[in-house]
Ligand binder design. Structure first.
Ligand code: ADP
Ligand code: MG
Length: 393
């Protein structure tokens, strides 16, 4: 992990021998408080942008190339904007090229640029360093090209970069949160309309991120398998009910009604995956209400129930995520804990009494280190603003 993102302008000057970048932008990571594996079913989620971020310094070039470097790599990469085609690889610079490609596909005129990148977001920890990279690139290219910034439509392009250029499946939650974050607030996202409702986070409640240190090697293939199982359940519902587009439109009784229609071979899997999505879809609004009334017992119950559903129905947890959330639940001040993001490693999140959060982070970290694998970290995060321009000359 590279740190001190504020040094990115120095990286830029050193690498490119230019006096100063024309723009410096930032894009935060995100933590999903509740509502996982719902976004690609056009459902609901309640994430927050966090106070760890990626920064990018850039200046225009006269040719049609991007010259890009990042502190995560020794290579300086040249991207020819005139020959961009989806790679299906996932080299770090494909996220940069993919974002330029997706913006061009959306009809924007993208010019060449020198770009330096530095970040304090852990990579592959489920805190969306990939969306931070895409949205920072988009923010900078839009600033340089005088392209109007609209968080929702640019998020759509950034998601396209990840899905269609890099070749990794994901919903819109990451990019939209990174784009639309509001300081001190979680965001109630409607992943169909892309409506964003900021939900104030009470000052006596802390959001603690618990990175297991385990990286998500299975995530890409298992994501496709989960989507296919959900599709089987959705097809069965559609055969009986009109007007159903995605699992967001399905309720528990409709799922029960088609249980017997499902192919015996994959009935159990299709039923459980869809049952998770349907139950999880209701939780973001329920948690928003609990936060509004400061009913932290209810908030904790929802968060714990979400973890159980992801573990038992969607089956995307892993031993380390189960372990760190169990440790959290037995530590003073914790209202509830769950895995967050795609699963199979990465991070978990806990809702903790603010006055106890520092001691909580220390205790969970020590207990996890004593029992679990090496690596990982536990920290309290603050909800922050979405991608923004810090300097523009
Ligand atoms: P997550 O989004 O959970 O951190 P992903 O696997 O989705 O994990 O995305 C991580 C990838 O994003 C990295 O492997 C790298 O290709 C790219 N990436 C993230 N941060 C940076 C960075 N600072 N510089 C260059 N590439 C980055
Ligand atoms: Mg990612």
């Amino acid at each position: 992990m590279s740190t001190a993102p504020e040094r990115v302008a120095d990286d830029f000057r050193t690498a490119f021998g230019r006096r100063a970048p024309a723009v410096v932008v930032r894009a935060p990571g995100r933590v999903n408080v509740i509502g996982d594996h719902t976004d690609y079913h056009e459902g609901f989620a309640l994430p927050a942008a966090i106070d760890r971020e990626l920064r990018l310094a850039a200046a225009p070039r006269t040719d049609r190339t991007l010259q890009v470097l990042s502190t995560v790599s020794d290579e300086r990469v040249e991207i020819d904007l005139t020959t961009l085609t989806p790679t299906g690889r996932n080299h770090w610079h494909d996220y940069v090229a993919g974002t330029a490609w997706a913006l061009a596909e959306a009809g924007h005129d993208i010019g060449g640029a020198d770009i330096a990148i530095r970040s304090d977001l852990p990579i592959g920890a489920g805190l969306s360093s990939s969306a931070a990279l895409e949205m920072a690139v988009a923010r900078a290219l839009c600033a340089l090209g005088k392209i109007p910034w609209n968080a929702a439509s640019i998020s759509r392009a950034a998601r396209r970069a990840e899905n269609d250029y890099v070749g990794l499946g994901c919903g819109i939650m990451d990019q939209l949160t990174v784009g639309a974050g509001v300081a001190g607030h979680a965001l109630l996202l409607d992943c169909r309309s892309l409506a964003v409702e900021p939900i104030a986070l009470p000052s006596d409640l802390a959001i603690v991120v618990m990175d297991t240190g385990v990286r998500r090697s299975l995530a890409a293939t298992e994501y496709d398998v989960r989507r296919a199982a959900c599709e089987a359940a959705l097809d069965a519902v559609r055969r009986r009910c009109a007007g159903v587009r995605t699992l967001r439109d399905v309720d528990a009784s409709q799922l029960e009604a088609i249980r017997g229609d499902l192919d015996a071979a994959d009935r159990e899997a299709a039923y459980r995956r869809a049952a998770h999505v349907i139950a999880e879809n209701a939780r973001p609004a329920q948690l928003a209400t609990a936060l509004g009334t400061r009913d932290y017992a209810e908030a904790g119950r929802l968060v714990d129930a979400s973890h159980a559903s992801l573990r038992d129905l969607y089956e995307v947890s892993c031993p380390e995520l189960d372990q760190i959330t169990a440790l959290a639940r037995r530590t003073t001040g914790c209202y509830g804990a769950r895995m967050t993001g795609g699963g199979f490693g990465g991070s978990a999140v806990a809702l903790v009494a603010a006055e106890a959060s520092e001691a909580f982070a220390g205790e969970v970290s020590a207990a996890y280190r004593a029992e679990g694998p090496p690596g990982g970290s536990v920290f309290t995060c603050r909800a922050s603003a979405g991608a923004s321009v810090l300097e523009s000359g």
